[in-house]
Design a protein around this ligand. Structure first.
Ligand code: PGA
Length: 251
């Protein structure tokens, strides 16, 4: 599997700013074939950005999804609608949703299943708080999130998942985790995945990525880490030059 670099634009930029960034991305990165570049704008601009990215290699993703396909769910967006808009990836269980909006592991699990029942690849975010880390329970917290997110999940022939390890205290702070600690967590996650999924699926259908204050200055400390297969990038994805450097870091 190719490495993947995911831009999470969150609730940033005006519509004009998002369109400009998409156009710049297309100019700078549309011929890059060594990585899958995924851009996740807010729901309201998926159609605009999707249109601008047509005929480029840049892939469209969403920042969230609901688990039902239709019905009385005010404000929610179904997997089917995201597929209509040509989304291929969806961020699920981002810590900002878990913490600001009370998204639970059970909800994350339903979203993961809904993505896979459709044609969407979930980017499942897991990560511990600073308190969890200080009190030596980071491993347990992260592994429980992984297990609950994948509870009852079967990966079929073409299904893929991405697991994004994002220590919450490293998101948006300018202070990423020490690369060796990320590597340690990837190893632990992989060991656990082997309890949940067949070896061939773990090897061929799951990508492990890191997120949390990745930028063009620290990227090279992470490239080459054992088991690391990409990045989920917030702030640095809003700067075209910085984001292009991050994407090109995989040779
Ligand atoms: P950051 O955000 O790169 O700004 O730390 C990462 C994320 O929230 O996915």
């Amino acid at each position: 599997m190719k490495p993947i670099v995911i831009a999470n634009w969150k609730m940033n930029l005006s519509l004009a700013g998002r369109k400009k960034l998409a156009q710049d991305l297309k100019k700078k990165l549309s011929r890059l074939s060594s990585v899958d570049v995924v851009v996740c704008p807010s729901f309201v601009s998926l159609a605009h950005i999707g249109e601008l990215l047509k005929k480029s290699k840049i892939i469209l993703g969403a920042q969230d999804v609901f688990w039902e396909d239709s019905g009385a769910y005010t404000g929610e967006i179904s997997p089917a609608v995201l597929e209509d808009l040509d989304c291929q990836y969806v961020i699920v269980g981002h810590s900002e949703r878990r913490h600001n909006l009370g998204e639970t592991d059970e909800m994350v699990n339903k979203k993961v299943k809904a993505c896979l029942e459709g044609d969407l690849t979930p980017i499942i975010c897991v990560g511990e708080t600073l308190e969890d880390r200080r009190e030596n329970r980071a491993d347990n917290v992260v592994l429980l999130q992984v297990r609950k997110a994948l509870d009852g999940v079967n990966l079929l022939e073409n299904d893929q998942i991405v697991i994004a390890y994002e220590p919450i205290w490293a998101i948006g702070t300018g202070e990423p985790i020490e690369p060796q600690e990320a590597e340690y967590m990837f190893d632990l996650i992989r060991q656990n995945l082997l309890d949940l999924l067949p070896l061939t699926k773990v090897n061929n259908s799951v990508r492990l990525v890191y997120g949390g204050s990745i930028n063009d200055k620290n990227i090279n400390e992470f490239i080459g880490l054992n088991l690391l297969n990409g990045f989920l990038v917030g702030n640095a994805s809003l700067d075209i030059d910085e984001f292009a450097l991050i994407c090109r870091a995989f040779k």
